[in-house]
Design a protein around this ligand. Structure first.
Ligand code: ADP
Ligand code: MG
Length: 342
């Protein structure tokens, strides 16, 4: 008998998804777009409905030694709302499923739900269902989010065209440096439990890790400007990894300029302190939950003076590949090394 065993790590997360799902063929006429974007797209008649799901597991996505339960609840909604916004869609409902053990009191689970409630208010979405079960292996939270968008305004990953302008919102790398601070404080705490965490100078980056926000504000602003991105994705795994997704789906290349990447001073200072290249934090850090999108050249004037949208590069022909133009004007191939869970 052929009993070949393949290790998951040999395929990686994306290779595994591809292998598991490649033989599925959509049967429903209403399935407009299935696997392969930030959310699936359902043709509901007048509009498109989008639906997306993210699973957060203890020890992999969060560490309860420093993640307050209220923030965990909030973040579980944010990561899903962010995927809805990445389709240029307005989030409408969420479904929340949790796996808990008797290690948690009712009050502790209520803490999670107060964070969920705060996020539902912040993003104007309704909690409309879920499931509750016990878990023998730590806390598990799975959230499914729904949203809606006018058919003409939907943004996929695959629409980027040569010469399009590449834009990113906010600043990058902060959540990753925030995580470094939290890990350092945790290690110190474990060796000396009397110690008080020293987070004073790191509020911004720690908050970017513990309480990120989804950029629905930008999605609404783009609508007001009558600007539909040619491609869009949210930054969960790091800028480089998301650029790879857009370029692979759109069959294009990209040039990104190092000196255009949006870096907050506080992120830079922390990166230097941890001996990490700030550019690596921005390219490969992840969990920024900013939006990365491409727009036609003609649309650039609509956002050129926007304080929170940054031009970072432009789309090239596929044969050129993905490149970073350094401050010294060297052109180096981009490396995608997003989060590896396996
Ligand atoms: P994101 O980072 O935006 O949440 P993912 O990288 O998790 O997206 O997923 C990529 C695509 O693969 C999405 O379309 C997602 O719905 C799909 N996908 C992920 N895991 C599975 C799975 N176990 N079965 C079917 N589809 C999946
Ligand atoms: Mg996404």
């Amino acid at each position: 008998m052929d009993s070949k065993r393949t290790e998951i790590k040999d395929l990686g997360e994306f290779g595994l998804i591809e292998r598991l799902t490649k033989s599925f063929v959509n049967k429903q006429k209403s399935t407009h777009k299935g696997i392969g974007d930030d959310a699936a797209v359902i043709d509901s008649g007048e509009k498109f409905q989008v639906v997306t799901s993210d699973l957060l597991t203890e020890g992999i996505h969060f560490d309860l030694t420093y993640m307050p339960l209220i923030h965990l609840g909030y973040k579980s909604i944010v990561v899903n709302v962010s995927d809805v916004a990445a389709m240029n869609a307005k989030p409408t409902q969420v479904i929340v499923s949790i796996g808990i053990s008797n290690r948690f009191s009712v009050e502790a689970v209520e803490e999670i739900y107060s964070g969920i409630a705060a996020a539902c208010d912040q993003y104007n979405v309704d909690l409309v269902g879920g499931d509750t079960t016990s878990s023998a292996s730590g806390l598990i939270i799975s959230v499914t989010a729904l949203g809606e968008v006018d058919k003409k305004q939907i943004a996929y990953r695959d629409g980027a065209k040569e010469n399009d302008v590449v834009c990113v919102t906010g600043d990058l790398g902060a959540a990753y440096t925030g995580l470094q601070v939290l890990n350092r404080e945790k290690a110190e705490f474990l060796s000396n439990p009397d110690m008080q965490p020293k987070l004073n100078n790191y509020e911004y980056i720690v908050q970017r890790q513990l309480k990120p926000d989804a950029r629905t504000d930008i999605m609404f602003e783009l609508k007001e400007l009558n600007l539909v991105p040619t491609a869009m994705i949210d930054i969960s795994d790091g800028l480089a990894s998301e650029l790879f997704h857009i370029c692979k789906s759109s069959k294009v290349g990209v040039n990104i300029f190092e000196d255009k990447l949006p870096l907050d001073r506080r992120t830079q200072e922390a990166a230097v302190e941890f001996n990490i290249d700030p550019v690596t934090c921005m390219l490969n850090g992840g969990e920024d939950y900013e939006l990365l999108f491409t727009i036609a050249q003609d649309d650039f004037k609509k956002i050129e003076n926007h304080a929170d949208i940054h031009f970072i590069g432009y789309i090239t022909d596929e044969s050129k590949g993905l490149n970073l133009v350094t401050k010294q004007e060297n052109v180096v191939p981009l490396q995608a090394q997003g989060w590896e869970h396996f």
